[in-house]
Design a protein around this ligand. Structure first.
Ligand code: CTP
Length: 389
């Protein structure tokens, strides 16, 4: 049983928040609702008060219990802040730290896990400002339950419909059940690509975006872990609460990871390490000539295999261009891993730059399980739950 504050913003999907409150109560939670001004154009406090048996907050200075400062009181007592539907306006305000109504004031005072389920016009959803706001929220480990594509109001079609209530309840339950799974644990993550210089302006690298490593870092933080990320160069932003060490080459990644691994309870290798590096790095710039040139390459160290030797629970990733699991299984043995997460990068829906993923987790003991196809954060939560025990 958990205390959930359900924030409801102005949207045609407001009516679904009533069912959502009921579903959460059926799952055994105490639900208290906070409505924004715009939400009150669609639904009333009385609807939610009758449904939940709890006071419903609307104004920033409301005091159901005098002298308790409701925004602080509710923020302290909540185990989860769930905002569904979340409007573009509220998402943008949350990202900027604006606190000009009860919901955003409470959110700013709140330090626990947050789930938001946006619902809005597709043009608003794809606006740069909204995308940036959602990125900022994701970096703060807010779990976003993405809207679905379909018919929205006034005859438009696109991504903006509030996700199914069952999906929102599942996201809330995952966050709640996992919140202390990693309390007191230290998780080390390698993430992103490495760059192996050829000369001062060129390098060998790969298509890894670092998004999966960032999602694992967010998930581990949500579950109470202390997180260190050894991150290769990429545009991905890592959560503010993680300790992030930026590196460039595989050798640098190994050096930093080996140092940080001493304190870690678990090591996760999400990095796409370049397998080879040029034997010689040319100074300056190799000039163009009209003859063939040859690049001599030498193998890079296997970072995860070296870390696995330290005896910590070590989990690797196998990004394979196929659904065939035999290579991934061979890597468990070759690298001495506890488990490996296979993903099929030939599928564009879950490949390198995608925001979604689906994994097959294979344990060294031979058991295997397939994750849902979901956002990288949801898949990361699933993965961490499976490898915790
Ligand atoms: N890995 C690593 N260091 C390397 C190569 C890979 O730490 N030099 C880790 C990756 O972070 C991942 C796992 O090993 O967790 C599997 O990576 P992958 O690239 O699939 O395996 P390779 O050993 O490079 O084999 P191949 O490229 O032949 O598939």
């Amino acid at each position: 049983m958990a205390n959930i504050v359900l924030g409801v913003c102005g949207s045609i999907a407001c009516y679904r928040a009533a069912d959502l409150a009921r579903d959460l109560m059926r799952a055994g939670h105490v639900v208290r609702v906070c409505l924004t001004d715009a939400a009150q154009k669609f639904v009333t406090p009385m609807l939610f008060e009758t449904l939940t048996g709890q006071p419903c907050l609307i104004g920033a200075f409301e005091e159901p219990e005098r002298g308790r400062m409701a925004h602080l009181d509710w923020a302290r007592q909540a185990d989860l802040l769930l905002i569904a539907p979340a409007s573009a306006n509220t998402l943008n305000k949350l990202a900027a730290g604006i606190a000009d109504d009860m919901l955003t004031t409470m959110a700013l005072a709140y330090e626990g896990p947050m789930v938001v389920a946006p619902a809005m016009n597709p043009a608003m959803y794809s606006h740069d400002a909204t995308i940036t706001a959602m990125r900022t929220l994701a970096e703060r480990a807010v779990l976003i339950v993405e809207p679905t594509e379909g018919d929205v109001v006034v005859g438009e079609h696109g991504q903006g419909k509030l996700a199914a209530n069952s999906e929102i309840v599942m996201a809330a339950s995952t966050v709640l059940s996992a919140r202390s799974l990693y309390a007191g644990k230290r998780v080390l993550i390698t993430s992103g690509p490495t760059q192996e210089p050829i000369d001062d302006v060129r390098f060998l690298t790969n298509r890894s975006s670092g998004k999966m490593g960032a999602a694992i870092a967010q998930a581990a933080l949500l579950m109470g872990a202390q997180v260190t990320v050894i991150a290769g160069p990429s545009a991905t932003l890592y959560p503010r609460l993680a300790r992030v060490i930026h590196v460039r080459t595989a050798n640098q990644m190994l050096e930093e990871a080996a140092e940080a691994a001493g304190e870690a309870d678990m090591v996760i290798g999400a990095a796409a390490v370049a397998d080879y590096r040029p034997v010689h790095q040319a100074e300056g710039k190799i000039r163009r000539k009209s003859v063939d040139i040859h690049l001599e390459l030498t193998p890079n160290p296997d970072i995860i295999a070296a870390l696995a030797k330290l005896g910590k629970r070590t989990v690797g990733f196998a990004a394979e261009p196929t659904m065939d699991l035999s290579e991934a299984k061979a890597k468990i043995v070759r690298k001495g891993l506890y488990a490996i997460a296979h993903n099929d990068v030939s599928n564009p829906a879950i490949g390198f730059e995608s925001d979604k993923n689906q994994l097959t987790l294979i344990l060294a003991n031979g058991s295997q399980e397939v994750s849902p196809l979901a956002s990288k954060l949801q898949v990361a939560l699933w993965l961490l739950e499976k490898i915790a025990n």
